[in-house]
Write a protein that binds this ligand. Structure first.
Ligand code: 5RP
Length: 223
């Protein structure tokens, strides 16, 4: 199976998981990225049944609207029934690295606003230890150099993601060669640097369910 076929399979499995939430009139949170895009496209079949969605990026909002699916502001949506999103890495505790698509802050907000976070990924994303994927940090532009120096003090190798501006008007620093032994601690430490909006570790609010696409079918992991 190709990677896209695995992504589509997990997106289909996630659709089955959210059917009851849709029937109950819950608002569905929608992530960002190529796996989330498969989910959005499959969700189009339910556009007449969905009360509303909240998107974690402008790109996902546009894709939802192109299918005729209602998109709400989070401030008007209350608690989300379920949030479905991809990841760049997941460990076996369902702690994640996200933000490869630069949408990490809105993704973290949507996950925090949700009763249940379902992560969808192909099997290449499951790792024993987080950190082979460079850890994204969203940074207020004037703090870029300061944050970079602080990251070096913590042992990371910060690289400015040139040409990328987030939906919130900020920049992204990707941290290479980082030892992430205790993800919750690293998440807190980085978020305490002035100028950091948030970092791409989802350990304080990990996924509740991980649907993993494998050639043998979709595997489900829970915390
Ligand atoms: O965090 C993200 C975007 O900010 C994505 O969920 C992550 O990059 C995975 O993307 P894909 O499904 O394309 O592999």
């Amino acid at each position: 199976m190709t990677q896209d076929e695995l992504k589509r399979a997990v997106a289909q499995a996630a659709i089955s998981k959210v059917e009851s939430a849709i029937a109950d009139g819950e608002i569905i949170g929608i992530g960002t990225g190529s796996t989330a895009n498969f989910f959005i496209d499959l969700l189009a079949d339910y556009k007449n049944d969905i009360r509303g969605t909240v998107a974690s990026s402008e790109a996902s909002a546009e894709r939802l609207k192109s299918h005729g699916i209602e998109v709400l502001e989070l401030n008007n949506a209350g608690t989300l029934g379920v949030y479905v999103d991809g990841a760049d890495e997941s460990n076996h505790h369902l702690e994640l690295i996200k933000g490869g698509g630069a949408a990490l802050t809105r993704e973290k907000i949507a996950a925090a606003a949700s009763k249940e976070f379902i992560c969808i990924a192909d099997e290449s994303k499951l790792v024993d230890r987080l950190g082979a994927f460079p850890l994204p940090i969203e940074v207020i532009p004037m703090a870029r150099s300061l944050v970079g120096r602080e990251v070096v003090k913590l042992g990371g190798n910060p690289v400015y993601r040139e040409g990328v501006v987030t939906d919130n008007g900020n920049v992204i620093i990707d941290v290479y060669d980082f030892m992430i032994d205790v993800p919750r601690k690293t998440e807190e430490t980085l978020n305490n640097i002035p100028g950091v909006v948030t970092n791409g570790l989802f350990a304080l609010r990990p996924a509740d369910v991980l649907l993993l696409g494998t050639p043998d079918g979709v595997k489900e992991m829970t915390r």
